[in-house]
Design a protein around this ligand. Structure first.
Ligand code: ATP
Ligand code: MG
Length: 230
């Protein structure tokens, strides 16, 4: 049911990695579909390698003309639908945002990512006006250091965390070997061999924290919607 879109027009901000991590974590409990809406099809390439769980379906989008039908079909079938978008603003991105129950905006703690995140937030507000529907969104810091942050990283994340109008995830997706290895090796982080990849327990805890926070946000969004409807 819930549709979660990952959007940031800045390339390399961590959309595909975070989307696939969340999809893996959710699909360990409930059937999940990930719609690969990036024309370079990174998730489809991942899915062609061994190790994709049966509970995680991949739909390869080929055109903006079909995305709305693909989202509708996936949402009717599976408890969770995740959309990985390409790193440029497009009509396809607007279509996906217009259908989302939650838009996750991944960003590195860098100035270019921050500016692009603000562009996406403006786009979401335009889509809210166009569709006359509240579209919840939240900024997710990615590729951050698990240990001490640089002063610049702290400064950039504080601009978002201290802004009462912008929701942010408490959980950050840290820079980890396991998260990059997933794309070269295929399969899930949970299925990796700890002899081959460093830091797997911390990587698993990071993914689980992301899953739990997304579920909590979706519950809060649903409760707020029911409150508005009552
Ligand atoms: N948390 C992480 N830990 C380690 N490597 C990461 C992490 N997040 C992203 N990367 C690496 O950074 C690069 C860019 O990440 P990713 O492809 O997820 O970004 P993207 O926003 O989807 O990019 P694009 O806009 O090009 O689609 C990839 O090489 C990926 O493996
Ligand atoms: Mg990507």
């Amino acid at each position: 049911m819930p549709v979660i879109a990952f959007a940031n027009s800045k390339g390399g901000s961590g959309k595909t990695t975070s989307a696939l991590l969340l999809a893996q974590a959710l699909s360990a409990h409930r059937p999940t579909t990930i719609i690969d809406a990036d024309p370079r099809h990174p998730i489809t390439t991942w899915a062609e390698k061994p190790g994709r769980p049966d509970s995680l379906s991949v739909v390869t989008n080929t055109s903006e003309k079909t995305i709305l039908d693909e989202i509708e079909a996936a949402a009717a079938r599976d408890p969770f639908v995740i959309i990985d978008l390409e790193g440029t603003a497009s009509r396809l991105m607007s279509y996906a945002i217009s259908q989302a129950d939650l838009v996750v905006i991944p960003m590195k703690e860098q100035q270019q990512d921050a500016l692009a995140a603000l562009d996406v937030i403006q786009e979401i507000h335009r889509d809210m006006k166009a569709t006359r529907r509240k579209i919840p969104y939240s900024v997710l810091f990615t590729q951050s250091r698990a240990a001490v942050k640089s002063r610049t990283a702290r400064h950039i994340s504080a601009q978002f965390r201290d802004n009462d109008h912008i929701d942010t995830f408490v959980t950050e997706v840290h820079e980890r070997d396991a998260f990059a290895a997933m794309f070269s090796m295929g399969g899930t982080v949970a299925g990796m061999d700890k002899k081959l990849v460093n830091g797997l327990p911390n990587a698993m805890a990071n993914i689980e924290a992301l899953r739990a926070e997304v579920i909590a946000k979706l519950r809060a969004i649903r409760d707020a919607e029911q409150g508005r409807a009552a």
